[in-house]
Design a protein. Structure first.
Length: 134
């Protein structure tokens, strides 16, 4: 019972769609906010995880890696059981991180759609501390 109150990292949950972008790679934004236990995406991507009605809340911080080109733009949309629940709007290198908190009660899946202007092969869109709470 006690341990069931601890949050679970999204990267430790089963994926049902897409490529596993989780990483322990060091990354941060221009303000020094560091990627923790997170996901870094290069270019456009769609990926999803199985929640199996086990969680109530999803939280994360979203930002652009400090190594991104000045003109880089990204966007993350998050869907819970095929319903769009979050749209980051345009993400730029100069933006502060954006905190996401979503109700995922009774949800079977959570899915991420990342759109990114791609310059080279670097991974720029960061999802830091993606956590699920029971």
């Amino acid at each position: 019972e006690y341990q069931s109150k601890y949050p679970v990292s999204l990267v430790d949950v089963e994926m049902y769609k897409g490529v596993d972008f989780s990483t322990d790679e060091a990354s941060e934004n221009i303000y020094g906010e560091k990627l923790e236990n997170g996901i870094i995406v290069n270019g456009n991507a769609e990926f999803g995880y199985v929640l199996n009605n086990e969680f109530k809340t999803f939280t994360a911080d979203i930002f652009v890696n400090k190594n991104a080109f000045e003109q880089f733009e990204g966007r993350i949309k998050i869907f819970v059981d095929d319903v769009e629940k979050y749209d980051s709007g345009i993400l730029k290198k100069t933006d502060n991180s954006k905190t996401v908190e979503l109700d995922v009660s009774n949800a079977t899946f959570i899915e991420f759609k990342v759109e990114a202007s791609s310059f080279g092969d670097r991974r720029y869109v960061c999802i830091s501390k993606p956590m699920l709470y029971k």
